[in-house]
Write a protein that binds this ligand. Structure first.
Ligand code: CUA
Length: 623
């Protein structure tokens, strides 16, 4: 713990050093860029006067607001009159400039065009010509030119193009650190390019260099200059996450601040969610003490409406309790150790820790025991959920993009609705026509994947009449979220009435038997055992000897496989001559055939559909 703390401190220190280096590097680079070039050095073909050109940052300095200029109409104005309650962007240019100045103003125009702030309403722009020979007429022409591009109402009152005398210009330029020089050879000015953002009171808040100004940076700087008087709350969060870097004149992300914002947002979202979920939870009525406990402390529980619920919930609560116990323990220890073993002086050195064997054993043995408890307990619940009691009522389920189809033993069919009696074990035999789905009834605490090409099964015994959600819990395509339905749990008498109500086309097994005849299965699977295929009476549920010496249990999956892929497991003593019925029979017909084979019994008394009652019964599906 001690060495870890030192490590963390070390890392933080290293990061701080790197940060400082990064920043100072940037600053040096910037200084080099802004520093006057040595005399005689020429850049871009511009002659000597360039040495006095650049922008010296004077962040925080106050502008002399009593300077006198002329506005576009030629009237005398005081610089201070443009500083009211709004931030001001100041651009020092000259209107006749053949190069940079036009670019600066164009860049500014581009940037303010996409701002949500309106020029004249949320901020002002003051453009001042540093060429004392320029006239108000020229300023007026420039103004019209740029307003034409901007085209927002009120802009004319927000963008000012001033001209003035040399002395006033010099005072303004030096107050913002703007250095320029007239080149007598060309009669053009050498000057740096950039704009300044000023506070409503006339202090210098931000510098931006170049001719291209990121609207995002400009927006943040205007908000800062206005002391957050403009901008939406979201903008203010953004401003908190970005910080102005004077070296580059740009805003960069503050990762740590972002993490803080994200962390606070997560906590707020969690608190809101818990409050919200609790309110919804309280509206529902609960029955057992366990549920009352669950609703009081954990608002995420669906109703418990099957005999599985208490078993699954107990395991779940145990897992939550173990996780909560150790999370809290670790948090408390972190805080305790951080205080107890804090660094007390600069040259504090951690004590060497001698490992204690008992401690080492403890944190191996305790997790092992806990994991084994969870494993044995979980396996126990899993097997309980997987193996249906023998006398369960049967329901067949076929999943399909994007619906659930049900078939009852007596032939009733349903889609996205399943009616079952209360207090009765119900076994679900499930498959799918297309992709994997997952049959999920939260109130029963059952969830089982439904896989193409095989039967999976689960079971439940509903304990309370009512209507419960049925979901697909496996992403199965576009409308997966719409693959939902209801399970109706009814009183037995009510259920009988419901069963009798719908018209059916015969029971599953009798439909399977008809199919068995139609498909010609009965010509080979003779009941006297003399056919080309094995006799099917009494086969279901028994073990079958195969021609490769292995044995399989003749369960649903085996019967299904023997129909769609007869050569996979051939019964000993028979030839692999049976054709496949893959693609010929649908999943629902397969279920009917399976139900028929089931009805032929396992030899210990017939199933609900006695074979004797079926005319011509006595086929076989296997060779
Ligand atoms: Cu079916 Cu998701």
């Amino acid at each position: 713990m001690i060495s870890r703390a030192i490590k963390t401190n070390g890392m933080l220190a290293a990061m701080a050093v790197i940060l400082v280096l990064l920043c100072s590097n940037g600053a040096q680079a910037q200084l080099a860029q802004l520093a006057p070039l040595p005399a005689g050095v020429q850049k871009n073909g511009l002659p000597g006067p360039l040495q006095d050109v650049g922008i010296d940052q004077k962040l925080g300095d106050q502008l002399p607001l009593d300077l006198q200029f002329r506005d576009e109409a030629g009237g005398a104005v005081k610089l201070g009159q443009y500083f009211t309650d709004r931030p001001v962007i100041l651009a020092l240019v000259y209107y006749d400039c053949p190069m940079l100045c036009t670019q600066v103003l164009n860049g500014l125009d581009r940037a303010i065009n996409v701002l949500t702030f309106d020029l004249g309403a949320q901020f002002e722009i003051v453009t001042v010509s540093f060429n004392p020979r320029e006239t108000a007429e020229l300023a007026q022409a420039k103004k019209q030119e740029y307003l034409k591009i901007y085209r927002r109402p009120g802009a004319a009152n927000g963008w000012h193009f001033l001209t003035g005398d040399q002395a006033q210009i010099d005072a303004l330029a030096s107050s913002v650190g703007f250095k320029y020089a007239l080149d007598p050879a060309t009669n053009l000015y050498a000057h740096a390019s950039g704009i300044m953002v000023l506070t409503p009171g006339g202090r210098i808040s931000r510098y931006f260099y170049g001719i291209d100004f990121a609207p995002h940076d400009l927006k943040l700087s205007l908000m800062e200059a206005s002391q957050n008087k403009i901008g939406s709350p979201i903008d203010k969060v953004l401003l908190y996450c970005y910080q102005y870097d004077p070296a580059t004149g740009r805003y960069s992300l503050m990762i740590l601040r972002i993490l803080r914002v994200a962390g606070a947002a997560t906590v707020a979202a969690l608190v809101l969610f818990i409050l919200f979920a609790n309110r919804i939870g309280k509206k529902r009525r609960r029955e057992t003490p366990l549920e009352n406990f669950a609703i009081a402390f954990i608002p995420f529980f669906p109703p418990a409406a099957s005999t599985h619920a208490s078993k699954v919930d107990a395991l779940y609560l145990f897992l939550v309790a173990v996780a909560a116990f150790f999370s809290i323990l670790i948090f408390v220890l972190i805080i305790y150790f951080a205080v107890r073993y804090r660094r007390r002086s600069k040259d504090d050195v951690g004590r060497k820790v001698i490992p204690d064997m008992r401690l080492e054993m403890a944190w191996m043995v305790i997790p092992f025991v806990l994991c084994m408890i969870i494993f044995v307990w979980g396996a126990n619940v899993y097997f309980h959920l997987s193996v249906a009691p023998r006398d369960s009522m049967e329901v067949f389920v076929v999943g399909k993009q994007w619906m659930w189809k049900f078939q009852h033993q007596d032939g009733q069919r349903e889609i996205n609705e399943l009616h079952v009696p209360v207090g009765r074990d119900v076994r679900l035999t499930m498959t799918t026509e297309d992709v994997i789905h997952s049959f999920f009834v939260p109130a029963f605490r059952i969830k089982a994947d439904v896989v193409p090409g095989r039967y999976s099964s689960t079971w439940f015994r509903a304990t309370q009449p009512g209507k419960y959600h049925l979901f697909c819990a496996e992403y199965c395509g576009t409308n997966h979220s719409g693959m939902i339905g209801w399970v109706y749990v009814m009183e037995p008498a009510e259920y009988e009435a419901w069963l009798g109500g719908g018209a059916t086309e015969g029971s599953l097994a009798s439909n399977g038997q008809k199919l068995f005849q139609q498909l010609g299965c009965s010509t080979c699977h003779l009941s006297n055992g003399q056919g080309r295929g094995p006799r099917l009476e009494g086969v279901y549920g028994r073990s079958v000897l195969l021609d490769n010496g292995e044995t399989v249990t003749a369960d649903d999956n085996y019967v299904r496989e023997s129909i769609v892929d007869p050569k996979a497991k051939v019964v000993a003593g028979f030839q692999p001559i049976m054709p496949t019925f893959q693609g010929i029979v649908s999943e629902e017909q397969l279920l009917q055939l399976v139900a028929y084979v089931r009805s032929l019994g396992s030899g210990e008394g017939a199933g609900p559909e006695a074979p004797a009652a079926l005319p011509g019964a006595g086929g076989n599906i296997k060779r």
